[in-house]
Design a protein around this ligand. Structure first.
Ligand code: CUA
Length: 346
């Protein structure tokens, strides 16, 4: 047995060094990826008090993990070096039980866990405290899009949440069908939207900009296509946006393509699902009253341009698996007229 080939001590050291280099490289790659977008969909660049508190808990845990990793690996390397087999060496001495060691390795993890648990529980409770927001919004999850109702403001929109900077946004989270989860990594942790109950979430955005959000609970075929945006604006920009959302839209001139689009809209299936104030009152799909003020369609999947809107109207399920909006058989002219009408909705 004495001449069996074993990995030598320097080989183990090289392996350990390689592992460390790999870990450093992975960390560096993740950081440069996160910095490649202005506000990437990452929890590592918090832009609200709530997200910052969560990120601090994570940083604390990562620090403990690094300390534990270094101590354990160092102990491992020392043990391997000290007790390795030497040619002609004495056989290993067996030993059983060491009270001091056993107390130490029971107490140390318990103390470390306490250091992790206290800040974690503190943050969970402080973030769960219902806060009376400066802006109250009802967020309703649908398969597979987001409805945003501005409480007391008479504004109803979809998939693009506008909020003022520096003000506390208080959300009531509800669902019309299955469980969804509201998640804007820069602002807050995930919180579920559950049918039949109301959950609360609040955050105070610190900077202006556009921030990506995503449904974070598997909710069916297009769960992965349930994006949204949070547009953080100055108070003046936000007030102007609210005013624009409420401003009435004049019906199109009777000779225009848009007027033909309106006539088509009124006698099509569109009216059963969509709302346009004074025109149709469906509540299944997104409100289209000001749909051309939005930058995307289909819950953030496509830019809101004529090409994508036309393709969407004609065959939504081909673009978004499971879409409740059915395929429409219509001529190029009819599709163009509908798009022209929707473009007046701004
Ligand atoms: Cu909604 Cu996943």
């Amino acid at each position: 047995m004495a001449d069996r080939k074993r990995p030598s001590f320097p080989l183990a050291l090289i392996g350990f060094a390689l592992l460390a280099v790999l870990a450093l490289w992975a960390g560096d790659a993740a950081t440069s990826w996160a910095q490649s977008a202005t506000y990437p969909q990452t929890t590592l660049e918090p832009r609200s008090e709530v997200a910052r508190a969560i990120d601090d808990v994570l940083d604390g845990i990562v620090l403990w993990v690094i300390i534990i990793f270094v101590v354990v690996q160092a102990a491992l390397v020392v043990t391997v070096a000290r007790f390795r087999h030497r040619p002609g060496g004495a056989p290993a001495r067996h030993m059983h039980g060491n009270t001091t060691l056993e107390i130490a390795w029971t107490l140390a993890p318990a103390i470390i866990l306490a250091f992790i648990a206290v800040p974690t529980v503190k943050v969970i409770f402080s973030n769960a405290k219902p806060t009376k927001g400066d802006v109250s919004i009802r967020a309703v999850g649908h398969q597979w899009w987001w409805e945003f109702q501005y409480t007391g403001k008479g504004v109803l929109t979809a998939n693009e949440l506008h909020v003022p900077v520096g003000k506390t946004v208080s959300l009531e989270l509800e669902s019309i069908d299955v469980i969804h989860s509201f998640w804007v990594p820069a602002f807050a942790g995930k919180k579920d939207l559950i049918p039949g109950r109301t959950n609360h979430l609040w955050f105070t955005p610190e900077v202006t900009g556009t921030f990506p959000g995503q449904c974070a609970e598997f909710c069916g075929a297009s769960h992965a296509n349930m994006y949204f945006k949070v547009v953080v604006q100055t108070q003046e920009e936000f007030d102007a946006w609210l005013a624009q959302q409420k401003a009435p839209v004049a019906p199109p001139d009777s000779t225009t393509l848009a007027a033909r689009g309106l006539a088509l809209y009124q006698k099509s299936q569109c009216v059963a699902c969509h709302m346009i104030d004074g025109v149709s009152y469906g509540v299944i799909g997104p409100n289209l009253g000001k749909m051309s003020t939005r930058t995307t369609i289909a819950s953030g999947m496509f830019p809101n341009d004529d090409e994508h809107l036309t393709a969407w109207i004609r065959n939504a399920p081909a673009l978004k698996p499971g879409s409740l909006m059915t395929k429409q058989d219509m001529s190029d002219e009819d599709a163009a007229a509908l798009v022209a009408y929707l473009r007046t909705r701004r």
